[in-house]
Design a protein around this ligand. Structure first.
Ligand SMILES: [Zn+2]
Length: 1010
């Protein structure tokens, strides 16, 4: 039993206690003052020639790795293998299996519903795979996963798609017919997306998803609507809202896209003073006409002007224009910039305070009979314009609040199509406001001599996200959520929600702050109806607990189609019907508005999270949802029950092309996940990578910023997985014939290097678990890649082959190594299983000692033993590696096995440590020699008596640092390198044989025993 670690001598025993027993605080080791760790790991300098054991006469006496686990999967083999694994390992049953487990903890990830339109794209892949990695990790850790995938099925995009496919036929269709077609369209898209998500290996019960067009979902949503209505948080009002003439509906902020290239026709207009305020009157001599100056980018809103707003506190100036001789009034701070914009000079006659404008009036620049009062308002500033703001209450949110305070008219002169109505006057009637209407307004201002300047202005302007056409702000009767009353509670509750990254919280609060109210009604048909009845002649509507209960019951049973299919009498409960005219003389008709789809999806917590406290542990979506689903879910949940619907929120970026550019069909850089998995038309350019490559890409990316994807990223992912596969194959091949139950070596009796690997494995496992916990999957990949390339392939695997292949099958040296390999295999597979479920299951199919191959996902998370933790071992292995590195560095390009080394260390801690790795003075089979990779190693405490002439002497120092610095000792060492005098053994190829035709003593013993 020479193989074991047996300390000798009293000094060594004391050091050994320190080394193997006690944990140690982090310490710093130095070797020649360089960061030796990187040097140690790679066998650089010398070539590491390993015997080619596949040939020769002793071929049958060596134990080569044996496994049917393929080294490479070429072409279609990769995707085909994944499909086979999904079948064989029960991917589709895994979700229900884990739900049925008796476990205490539940982890609930609430799936944000993708829109039921189009094929699954790379953005879906990023989102769904991220969620799946989280779920699989928590499931392996022992939690029951609650994850119900869903789809957002209603809304304008689908309705528009259906209508445009129908073309002219659409005009004759009823609401019910359009809804029927929209439903079929959504269903078809859902099926396609679902099969893609399943193919990516997403764990869920795909037969039990949620859909926003489900009867029960719709009924729950109506209940929340009524609940909020009763609390006064939902109300109907006439207000300016974003209006899309191209879709003929109101839009919410979340449905807008801002076009930075939009060109508006900005104008400077003068509003002639009709009655000056008393102070102003005292400043004017009456010799010239006096006007206030305003600037606007939306000339078409001038006809709807009702007032001019000013700042109470600011300073204003009376100026004389050098071009016209006219007198103008504008903010004192804007005199120079406006004069320059108008290409004139202003002579300041006097200045006065904004408050002095009070009670003044102007005449309308187009309609001289109309009066425009001057009113103070808090939203006016001097960043743009003149410091005096044209106020059209029907076309601006802030204008609207000025109008509410001062009882101004809010009449809207623009209809649903964005066209001036007859109220705007004969010259403007029937003209589209953003086109000809603007033109006519400018001409009318010119004719009235009130236009001072017109110029093109490029600025960011809201567009309809679906039709890609500009929207306008237009007052209309809509339903609103009073978010002003919800926001304070929502913000308070958000403090307890963990946002990852943390900055996302601020972004969300900022977006919420910018939102004055939430318009939830839409003038379309594909959605959940707003369950109110409108009086046929009066401006009154009907909704109460009786009507809503009746409607909810109907919707629960038949779906929301009933709103359009049932006669109105049947939509009302009998007791109400008799109060409102009875059948035949009904005074009310069902309203024609539907709910915003953000309200649809925002109430998903109520339907999907039933049975818990209706709060998910986690929401994971893209950053666009900070103004969308994250927010609508929060607002509805806070309104209904004063609770946030989530405990934590992970926010990821968007997917971009490889150089950080947007993906688009015209650029040809769109990455289609199906092509990634199955390959494209030209498979030499677009090879079939399989789903695991897609998943590796997601995990590896820094998902908290924009995520780039393209051929080189995918190729790199494939190469990484291929290297991982090689590592796994080595592990599987070398545990062949090993039975952990009967052949394992207790950790304390293992080779030092094997124990050291378990120590590294323990540390690796802890870091992996911590990284999953932090949702830092990129770190998981970095740790994994470093471990399998540096610690395993380059270091450990390069020195253990002789023990594995050439020792006796049952030799404890070999079993020690196999014990470590089996543990490494288990930890490694589990560490990447949530990311690469197909590869992990494939490995499990090839583990030779498993009685029946189990699913890695049904056998729990990484299980390490605390006895693996032996920080003292680092000193032993790393000091030996430091010496080996100086040795290998001295024989560049040569085979290390052709040299023998003499290590000279003066008596002390370092010598005692080395003595534990080699008890004999000279050995070719010691642990020290294995690490040195030499033919033989001699360990001396003093200089050898004779050194051959061709010897090379190397010197170095190594700082031993134990017990967190309590034991520190710097020792110098000398490594003497000489060519060996031994011959190459024909069996193990080590230079340890006495003659070229004889086996080395070790091989002779092994072969002889057979
Ligand atoms: Zn040999």
């Amino acid at each position: 039993m020479r193989w074991g670690l047996r300390p000798s001598g009293p000094g060594a025993a004391a050091a050994a206690r320190n080394l193997w027993g006690l944990p140690r605080l982090p310490c710093r080791l130095g070797w020649r003052g360089t960061t030796w760790r990187l040097l140690v790991r790679s066998v650089s300098g010398a070539s590491n020639q390993l015997p080619n054991l596949n040939s020769g006469r002793y071929r049958d006496t060596v134990l080569l790795p044996q496994t049917s686990f393929p080294m490479k999967l070429l072409g279609r083999q990769q995707p085909d293998m994944e499909l086979e694994i999904q079948q064989k390992c029960g991917f589709s049953e895994l979700y229900s299996w884990q739900r049925e487990r008796k476990v205490k903890t539940e982890f609930c990830l609430h799936d944000g519903p993708p829109y039921a339109n189009g094929d699954a794209h790379i953005g879906h892949a990023l989102n769904k795979i991220l969620k799946d990695i989280v779920n699989r990790y928590h499931m392996m850790k022992g939690s029951k996963i609650h994850f119900v995938p869903g789809w957002d099925c209603h809304g304008l995009p689908i309705e528009i798609k259906v209508l445009s496919e129908l073309g002219e036929k659409a005009q004759n269709l009823s609401a019910v017919e359009i809804r029927g077609k929209a439903r079929s369209y959504a269903k078809a898209a859902i099926e396609k997306q679902k099969s893609a998500f399943t193919r990516w290996g997403i764990m869920a019960d795909w037969n039990n998803c949620y859909y926003t067009f489900d009867e029960k979902y719709e009924a729950k949503q109506l209940r929340i609507f009524y609940d909020m209505y009763e609390k006064g948080l939902v109300y109907r009002a006439y207000k300016p809202v974003f209006w899309s003439p191209s879709s003929r509906t109101a839009l919410a902020e979340a449905e807008l896209e801002y076009n930075p290239e939009h060109v508006s026709r900005s104008i400077y207009v003068k509003f002639p003073i009709l009655t000056p305020s008393p102070v102003l009157a005292s400043l004017l001599d009456g010799s010239s006409p006096v006007s206030v100056l305003v600037w606007t980018t939306q000339p078409w809103t001038i006809p709807a002007n009702q007032a001019i707003s000013y700042m109470l506190e600011a300073k204003y100036a009376v100026v004389k224009c050098s071009n016209s001789g006219d007198i103008y009034i504008l903010a004192a701070d804007k005199v120079a910039s406006v004069a320059s914009a108008l290409e004139t000079k202003f002579e300041v006659i006097s200045t006065f305070s904004g408050a002095d404008l009070e009670n003044g009036t102007c005449s309308h620049p187009m309609f001289p009979d109309k009066v425009s009062p001057l009113l103070p308002a808090s939203h006016v500033n001097v960043t743009k314009g003149t410091g005096l703001v044209h106020t059209a209450p029907a076309h601006g949110m802030e204008d609207y609040s000025v109008a509410s305070q001062h009882n101004l008219s809010m009449d809207c002169l623009v209809n649903e199509d964005g066209i001036f109505t007859d109220v705007a006057g004969p010259e403007l009637q029937n003209k589209a406001v953003l086109e000809e209407g603007t033109d006519v307004v400018i001409k009318m201002l010119q004719a009235a001599k009130n236009l001072l300047k017109e110029e093109k202005l490029v600025h960011s302007y809201p567009y309809d996200w679906r039709t890609k056409k500009p929207v306008v702000i237009r007052a209309s009767k809509q339903w609103f959520v009073n978010i002003m009353d919800i926001k304070p509670t929502a913000k308070e509750l958000l403090k307890k929600v963990k946002f990852i990254p943390g900055s996302a919280l601020n972004a969300m609060v900022e977006m919420m702050d910018r939102r004055p109210y939430w318009c939830i009604s839409r003038q379309r048909v594909w959605g959940v109806p707003i369950p109110v009845f409108h009086h046929k002649t009066k401006d009154e509507f009907l909704i109460n607990s009786q009507t809503i209960e009746h409607i909810i019951k109907l919707v629960e049973q038949h779906g929301s189609d009933i709103w359009w299919t049932l006669p109105p009498e049947q939509l009302l409960p009998k007791e109400i019907l008799s109060q409102v005219g009875g059948p035949g003389a009904l005074e009310y008709v069902p309203g024609q508005d539907i709910l915003d789809i953000w309200f649809d999806s925002g109430t998903s917590w109520a339907h999907v999270l039933q049975g818990t406290d209706q709060r998910a542990d986690l929401y994971v979506e893209g950053k666009d949802q900070l103004g969308g689903w994250f927010q609508s879910s929060l607002l509805t949940s806070v309104a209904a029950r004063k609770k946030a619907p989530y405990k934590a929120v992970v926010v990821h970026g968007f997917t971009l092309g490889e150089k950080g550019e947007k993906m688009s069909k015209s650029l040809g850089n769109v990455i289609n996940p199906d092509v990634v998995i199955n390959g494209g038309q030209d498979q030499s350019k677009e090879p079939p990578y399989g789903a695991d490559v897609l998943r590796w890409w997601v995990a590896e990316s820094n998902v908290f910023t924009e995520v780039t994807v393209g051929p080189s990223v995918l190729n790199a992912a494939r190469d990484d997985i291929s290297k991982l596969r090689n590592t796994l194959r080595f592990l599987l091949g070398n545990v062949s014939g090993f039975n952990p139950e009967t052949d394992s070596i207790p950790a304390a009796d293992m080779h030092v290097i094997d124990q050291y690997m378990l120590h590294l494995l323990h540390d690796f496992a802890n870091k992996i678990t911590e990284s999953y916990k932090q949702y830092d999957f990129g770190k998981v990949i970095r740790l994994l890649r470093a471990f399998y390339t540096r610690e395993l392939s380059n270091f450990y695997f390069s020195i253990i082959k002789d023990r594995l292949y050439c020792e006796n099958e049952n030799d404890p040296k070999r079993r020690s190594c196999q014990t470590a390999l089996a543990e490494i295999l288990d930890v490694i597979v589990r560490s990447f299983a949530p990311i690469l479920p197909h590869l992990a299951e494939e490995v499990f199919q090839h583990i030779p000692y498993a009685n029946e191959p189990k699913s890695v996902f049904r056998t729990g998370w990484i299980n390490t033993s605390s006895i693996w933790k032996k920080p003292g071992l680092e000193e032993a292995v790393e000091s030996a590696c430091a010496m080996r590195d100086s040795f290998l560095g001295s024989i560049p390009g040569k085979n290390a096995a052709e040299y023998k080394v003499v290590i000279v260390i003066e008596p002390g801690l370092l010598f005692e440590i080395m003595e534990m790795l080699q008890t004999q003075e000279t050995s070719s089979t010691s642990q020290l020699n294995e690490l040195m990779m030499a033919s033989e190693t001699t360990l001396l405490s003093q200089e050898p008596r004779e050194i051959t002439a061709d010897a090379v002497e190397l010197t170095g120092t190594f700082l031993i640092n134990l017990e967190g610095g309590d034991i520190r000792e710097e020792s110098s060492y000398k490594v003497i390198v000489m060519p060996t005098t031994k011959e190459k053994c024909p069996r193990c190829w080590k230079y340890t044989a006495e003659s070229s035709d004889a086996l080395c003593p070790r091989c002779a013993e092994v072969v002889g025993a057979k």
